[in-house]
Write a protein that binds this ligand. Structure first.
Ligand code: S3P
Length: 440
């Protein structure tokens, strides 16, 4: 088991290049695999989650070749995937399982999607239900959990679907199944969610239309190979953005980070709290807006967070909670029950860790309230449980910048699911962090 050890204090400084975007990397593999021709992906995130997606497509006959910094993918065409020899192991990755269940429902062969203990606890009924309505045959375990057994050769038909929660994974799953369905598939979003799938489908030549909150895709369309330049991941950058904000005398620049408007809630929330965040050289890179992000230390104040803003920052709340604990006054998050079904129950797990560090926190079903401490150390020292959740581990690592005593974080192996090289990069930026292997 990997443990992080953090010494209190210090500042973050310099240029911090975080790795590629996880959501975009998954989609780049999936779409290039089922496109015709050779696609070239640069900036691909070589994390455990994205490699799980890559290996699954390799098992279905797609060839991936590294060419220097780029990953070349020989797409097999929409109907060119082969039956894998065994189950497709998607590890810890909810994005892989939910998006791929849509793709697998349209294949001629059977497939079995499996995951680790955390993924096997996460809700999959939310994709089984619409896919079944489309004509797919999917068997999950009790309570709609993985493994998912998907029967091939089922004709799919287009449906009109409104997911019960705003979720890019559900939306993307249904749209990808829609590629294999007869007729038009329409998804009406109950709230805005990240639109990487729509943007990338267009880049691969698929016609996908949006009218207000409804997306439509006509089945049977073919994908043409495309080049994808993956932006740096805003969700990974968020830990450093919060770190540089809360640590005195900090100044960092994060180059080439994705600032897609359906994803950038963390920037808007932190700015509202008083953070000094500036965007430079805003540009479009392979259909996605990116910028260099400059962050300097700032004094924060507590804010209320809720409504549509929640999904726009859905993965960044562990980091935002750390910022809230360093802010003057109270931060109140509501309408965020989805946080309870992420890689861990992020409301319960963050509240537990914050309490151990001496922070005044109150838990509700759909959020929490944090009373911050804007002057001096905001955190004491403690050993924290990350509950095998990468973002919990990285968020608490940043708390050390405003702690009065050392912090240790257990079960940090999962940081590699989204951010390989986190410890080295954070240490280079100034965080006093080291990792050790301990027996459990
Ligand atoms: C993701 C969508 C979000 C997010 C996840 C990645 C995606 O999940 O939490 O880390 O790549 O589509 P939901 O769609 O369940 O909100």
């Amino acid at each position: 088991m990997r443990r992080f050890h953090l010494q209190p204090g210090a500042a973050l400084r310099g240029r911090v290049s975080v790795p590629g975007d996880k959501s975009v990397s998954h989609r780049a593999i999936m779409l290039s695999a089922i496109a015709s021709g050779r696609s070239r992906i640069t900036g691909f995130l070589e994390s455990a989650d994205c490699l799980a997606t890559l290996h699954a497509f390799e098992a279905m006959g797609v060839t991936f070749v590294r060419d220097g910094e780029a990953l070349e993918v020989d797409g097999v065409g929409r109907d060119g995937l082969h039956a894998p020899d065994g189950p497709l192991d998607l590890g810890n990755s909810g994005t892989s399982m939910r998006l791929m269940s849509g793709l697998m429902a349209g294949q001629r062969f059977d497939s079995r999607l499996v995951g680790d203990a955390s993924l096997s606890r996460r809700p999959m009924a939310r994709v089984i239900e619409p896919l079944t309505r489309m004509g797919a045959r999917i068997e999950g375990q009790e309570g709609g959990r993985a493994p998912l057994i998907i029967q091939g050769g089922q004709p799919l038909k287009g449906i009109d679907y409104t997911p019960p929660v705003a979720s890019a994974q559900i939306k993307s799953c249904v749209l990808l199944a829609g590629l294999y369905a007869d007729g038009v598939t329409r998804v009406t979003e109950p709230g805005v969610s990240r639109d990487h799938t729509e943007r990338m489908l267009s880049a691969f030549g698929v016609i996908i239309e949006r009218e207000a909150r409804t997306l439509s895709i006509v089945g049977g369309q073919a994908l043409q190979a495309a080049d994808v330049a993956v932006p740096a991941d805003l969700s990974s950058a968020a830990f450093f953005i919060v770190g540089a904000t809360i640590a005195e005398s900090s100044a960092i620049v994060l180059p080439g980070v994705g600032i897609n408007p359906t994803r950038r809630g963390v920037l808007d929330i932190l700015k509202r709290m008083g953070a000094d965040i500036r965007l430079h050289d805003e540009r479009i890179q392979a259909g996605e807006p990116v910028a260099d992000i400059e962050v300097r230390s700032a004094s924060l104040k507590g804010v209320d967070i809720g409504g549509d803003e929640v999904e726009l920052a859905i993965d960044e709340f562990p980091a935002i909670f750390i910022a809230a604990a360093c802010a003057e006054g109270t931060t109140r998050l509501t309408g965020a029950a989805e946080l309870r079904v992420k890689e861990s129950d992020r409301i319960a797990v963050m509240a537990d860790g914050l309490s151990r560090l001496g922070v005044d926190v109150n838990v509700a079903d759909d959020g929490l309230t944090i009373v911050g401490n804007a002057t001096g150390p905001a955190f004491g020292g403690a050993r924290i449980e990350s509950h095998d959740d990468h973002r919990i581990a990285m968020a608490f690592a940043m708390a050390a910048l405003r702690a009065s005593a050392p912090i240790e974080i257990d079960d940090c192996d999962f940081v590699d699911t989204s951010f390989p090289g986190f410890v080295a990069l954070a240490a280079e930026a100034g965080l006093q962090i080291r990792a050790s292997e301990v027996s459990e």
